[in-house]
Design a protein around this ligand. Structure first.
Ligand code: UT7
Length: 335
């Protein structure tokens, strides 16, 4: 029997036009560009506006961009997975809505809920489907309308988050490229430190939950920060050691974009210089499950076949981990 690996063969992305910069944030809450830049590293973020526009809008536009760039037809797609914490609805899945918007009719589709680690976990899930030999073209999306659950009167959270969608195409390969290894973790100790308190089955929406502001992101920043620094760094170093990769072997590090200081700490532990680290937090903020593929989309023209790439993320749950991929194509040749 032939042995397949799963490899990314295309990347697409889409962000809304509206730019919410630190100047405007400073008119909403008591903060400053200086505080936000030094403590978080965000200058501006994109916000999805418009009636009826939700996460599926971001996801569908990212898929369209991906299909346009790769030349793949909607009816060739076998499976669509959308990693998100901000689905259009509790049900049906945002993946099914986005697929419909793109004319994808021959695929099954579902959402994956793992907060900021959704895309990182999703790559492992997709690799399993593709390696089975049953699925030839699988789309994995990271899409989030974070503005839909951000409290713009809370200065400790509102400068952090932004909206975006990005998608990748996975296909089987018999070459020595693709998804190589991952170390993925969850520890429920994070439950109370980073969450949305109401709107789920434990505390359904009511007048009281709305009045108390329980439908916004709740984050104990300092606690989350400490876990994020140590766990994301530990996982990244572990995946390097396990695959005998030195800092010189690594072409790119793709970290979750939650805080510039967390990214710096992880890169330092790995011994990497900044020119090998994909960083776009300044322009998009924390787009949760969308951060990793959004970085890939921006850096795609510079990626070369055989590049060793390390991904790492940390998020609510707590969820965290790192993965290792050998890039499958020369990005400079894509349109
Ligand atoms: O993506 C999922 C995982 N999430 C993360 O990885 C996020 C991890 N956490 C963080 O990135 C940081 O903890 C934050 C960016 C959320 C906060 O930064 P911090 O350095 O931990 O600030 P802090 O919460 O310790 O607050 C320090 C001070 C406080 O004032 P006092 O009590 O020292 O007088 C805050 O009230 O900064 C104040 N503060 C602000 N000041 C100006 C908090 N937010 C702001 C603000 N502007 N926007």
């Amino acid at each position: 029997m032939k042995k397949f690996n799963a490899v990314i063969t295309g990347v697409g992305s889409w962000v809304p036009d509206y730019i919410l910069d630190n100047q405007e944030i400073s008119t909403m809450v008591d903060t400053s560009d200086e505080w936000i830049m030094t403590r978080i590293g965000v200058k501006e973020r994109r916000i999805l506006k418009g009636e009826g526009a939700g996460t599926s809008t971001l996801a569908a536009n990212a898929i369209k961009n991906l299909l346009d760039k790769t030349g793949v037809k909607p009816d060739e797609i076998d499976l669509v997975i959308c990693a998100t914490s901000t689905p259009d609805h509790r049900f049906p899945s945002t993946a099914s809505i986005a697929a419909e918007k793109c004319g994808i009719k021959n695929a099954f589709s579902f959402d994956l809920s793992a907060a900021c680690c959704g895309f990182l976990y999703g790559m492992d899930v997709v690799a399993g489907f593709v390696r089975s030999g049953m699925y030839k073209k699988v789309i994995l999306i990271g899409a989030e309308k974070m503005s839909s659950m951000t409290d713009y009167t809370d200065r400790s959270t509102c400068p952090i988050f932004g909206d975006a969608g990005a998608a990748v195409l996975f296909e089987p390969t018999e070459e020595e490229v693709g998804y190589m290894d991952a170390t993925l973790h969850t520890d429920g100790i994070g439950y109370s430190h980073l969450m949305m308190k109401a709107g789920g089955s434990v505390l359904p929406a009511s007048h009281e939950t709305v009045d108390k502001g329980l439908h916004f992101i709740y984050q104990e920043g300092q606690v989350v920060f400490k876990y994020a620094v140590s766990k994301m760094s530990d996982a990244s170093v572990e995946i390097m050691k396990r695959n005998n990769l030195t800092k010189d072997d690594i072409s790119w590090f793709v970290p979750h974009q939650a805080n510039m200081r967390i990214i710096d700490a992880a890169a330092k532990r790995m011994g990497l210089s900044k020119d090998k680290v994909m960083i776009n937090i300044e322009h998009y903020g924390n787009t949760s499950a969308a951060t990793l593929p959004l970085c890939l989309a921006e850096w795609e023209p510079r990626l070369k076949k055989g590049d060793n790439i390390i991904f790492a993320a940390f998020g609510a749950g707590f969820t965290w981990g790192a993965s290792y991929m050998k890039w499958g194509y020369d990005g400079s040749e894509t349109k």
